[in-house]
Design a protein around this ligand. Structure first.
Ligand SMILES: Cc1cc2nc3c(=O)[nH]c(=O)nc-3n(C[C@H](O)[C@H](O)[C@H](O)COP(=O)(O)O)c2cc1C
Ligand SMILES: [Fe+2]
Ligand SMILES: [Fe+2]
Length: 388
């Protein structure tokens, strides 16, 4: 337990050994599940923590007061890393009412599988928490439909749950961080994995935070922000403003004997003739971060694989898994590949790409074994038409 202000306490827990969050997000610096207790004439708990840390969490709160004194529990977002221990808390907090958005309360009913006293935290609702005001500000899709910010004007403090957070288990306050470069690298990675599919919602979130101009941001992962709030907000703003380049096309392929590679080259030439900047990636020789960046920054995508044992090769599916079904939706995609006799790769990749919401060109560019001169000519023409 740590005091952040006369009446505001940090009661969160640390998870330094976490290697991956939500299965896929690398967390080299571990993470924290932050929670805060406000003690005025009423007692308010902001967020809870991951279920695995319920006992430690309850001990942290009990260092300050018995849970029976909690009047209000604010759930700004209900992903189980913040709601997992709510059931354990509620079992010891019979006087608590849960505040959350309508979708948040619906989620919580399905997470707890039981009923509990609750109030819908509508946008603009103000609640008197005994000398402190809770002002709820709707901020949907940051990063679930349920998300809300809660502003306490008397403390100039906003509680944002995941927004502006960071998987960084270290110093409590951003002003004390020693290795700021490392922190910012984690902050950028967190943004990419959690918030990059929601650029429009991020812009609105940035506007809300700028509008209230808080002096303290209590997110639910990583350090509390006091010293560098404007800097973090500017980073979010910049990233959310970076739209895909309308003139950039990326061609991704793998190839065992070089035949699909020849197809990739011809397609790229045609796209260049069509006036685009074209990047060609042999997936086997390219690191994942570069591939992911190419997917998100390009407006035209092409995927090529030979057919091996009646399917496309896994590295191409891996690049397709980097396509965001939210942010990359509707981007034109072209599928190509060399085959020997049955040639299933293109149709299978096409199905996967369609499932992700890409606008897949109906003409699958298939060539039996080595592309002949006329095949290469047709591919150049196709590349040009694809981007025109
Ligand atoms: C292990 C192996 C399995 C293959 N299985 C299939 C197959 O199921 N169907 C097919 O049409 N071609 C199959 N092929 C043939 C390749 O698709 C063909 O050689 C193609 O031209 C390779 O293109 P690349 O040089 O771009 O790798 C197979 C080739 C290998 C080496
Ligand atoms: Fe979340
Ligand atoms: Fe989270």
């Amino acid at each position: 337990m740590t005091k952040l202000d006369e009446n505001l306490f940090y009661v969160g827990v640390k998870h330094p050994s976490l290697e991956y969050f939500d299965v896929i997000v690398p967390t080299d610096m571990g993470t924290t599940y932050n929670s805060y207790l406000l003690r005025g004439e009423k007692t308010v708990l902001f967020e809870t923590v991951h279920n695995d840390f319920s006992e430690e969490f309850i001990r942290n709160i009990e260092e300050i007061c018995p849970l029976s004194e909690i009047d209000i529990i604010v759930c700004d977002h209900t992903e189980p890393d913040h709601s997992g221990s709510l059931g354990a808390v509620l079992s010891k907090a019979p006087n608590a009412t849960v505040y959350g958005s309508a979708p948040a309360l619906k989620n919580l009913k399905n997470i707890l599988n039981s009923d509990f006293p609750s109030v819908v935290a509508k946008n603009g609702l103000e609640v008197d928490a005994g000398g402190f005001t809770l002002r709820f500000l709707s901020a949907p899709n940051l990063h679930w439909p349920d998300s809300v910010f809660t502003y306490v004007p008397e403390l100039k403090t906003v509680f944002t749950c995941d927004f502006l957070g960071c998987h960084y288990c270290g110093e409590l306050s951003d002003g004390d961080i020693e290795d700021r470069e490392k922190y910012l690298a984690e902050l950028d990675r967190y943004y990419k994995y959690i918030f990059s599919p929601f650029a429009a919602a991020v812009k609105k979130g940035v506007e809300i935070i700028r509008g209230i101009a808080p002096e303290r941001v209590c997110s639910s992962h990583g350090p509390v922000l006091c010293a560098h709030i404007d800097d973090v907000i500017a980073r979010y703003d910049e990233k959310a403003s970076a739209a895909p380049d309308p003139d950039l096309a990326s061609v991704f392929y793998v190839s065992c004997y070089g035949y699909t590679a020849l197809m990739a080259k011809a397609l790229a030439e045609g796209m260049r003739d069509g006036g685009k900047t074209v990047q060609v990636f042999d997936i086997s020789n390219t690191d994942k971060a570069t591939l992911a960046q190419a997917v998100s920054s390009s407006s035209f995508l092409a995927f090529g694989s030979p057919t091996l044992n009646r399917d496309a090769l896994p590295p191409v599916y891996e690049v397709l898994s980097m396509v965001s079904a939210v942010a990359d939706r509707g981007k034109p995609a072209l599928i190509f590949g060399s085959y020997g006799w049955s040639g299933e790769a293109c149709a299978n990749l096409s199905e996967r790409a369609k499932g992700l919401g890409l606008k897949v060109d109906e003409e699958l560019m298939k060539v039996c074994f080595r592309p002949a001169d006329e095949d290469l000519k047709a591919l150049r023409e196709k590349g040009r038409a694809f981007v025109s």
